[in-house]
Design a protein around this ligand. Sequence first.
Ligand code: SAM
Length: 267
Amino acid sequence: MNDTELKSCCAAVYESDFARLLLGDSFHPGGLQLTEKLGRLLALSRRDHVLDIACGRGDSAIFLATQFGCRVTGIDLGETNVAYATSRAAAANVSTLARFELGDAERLQYSDASFDVVLCECAFCTFPNKQAATSEFARVLRSGGRLGLSDLTRSGELPSELAGLLAGLLAWIACIADARPVEEYVAYLERAQFQSLSVEPHDEALAQMVRDVRTRLLAAEMMVRLEKMSLPGVDFAEAKATAACAAGAIRSGLLGYSLITAIKPCG
Ligand SMILES: C[S@@+](CC[C@H](N)C(=O)[O-])C[C@H]1O[C@@H](n2cnc3c(N)ncnc32)[C@H](O)[C@@H]1O
């Protein structure tokens, strides 16, 4: 699979009914609580224009606009996600503050220095060309602008059992395949000249997300068995085995979740 196919595939998985069923609207560990935490670490205010890269269904962008009064532009590769986010912003009466567009993190359609803040939650690990994405983050930020990244981290090789199960599976798990040690994320940002980097581990948020997914998987399986719901092509045994394996990898410290903040230097 080439990079373009890989990115389209990732976007398609996140638009699937199954991903929504398992994850709800907020597609990252810690949900809006962790988004709020990131917003506070970034000291968001009414004066800021934020670019939310890979915004998914717009949950975070709408929340941040409502909570902090900032303007937020959300971009995502998935057309359905962008349309859904746009209609939710209208329903929440924040269309003037939160708007959504199709866009690729590795080739942003905005001029240099157009944003005060760049945010990217639980998506950096899915980008095939992480250095290109990081350079784009730096390019569209103004001098002194702030970056907030939250992502899955992987501190070593995945157990072969888990790696094998990844082949045909859920989006949130598929991310794990290309998650990297947090030091590697930091190195990407440093190469793009970001400064004042700060890392906060939030592994418990990932553990809770996996517990929630396991509960939702059981409920979905029961609904399918009772013929109350149809999920063609979903292999519940495989999904449950993968989720159990992921839970073990989190317990052993192999997988985690971190918030990273950084600043684009002035001048
Ligand atoms: C795990 S979801 C995170 C969504 C959102 N940030 C959140 O936390 O709810 C990953 C998102 O990244 C998007 N995505 C993947 N590659 C992308 C790219 N190259 N450019 C823009 N969006 C991308 C997918 O379509 C998906 O919506």
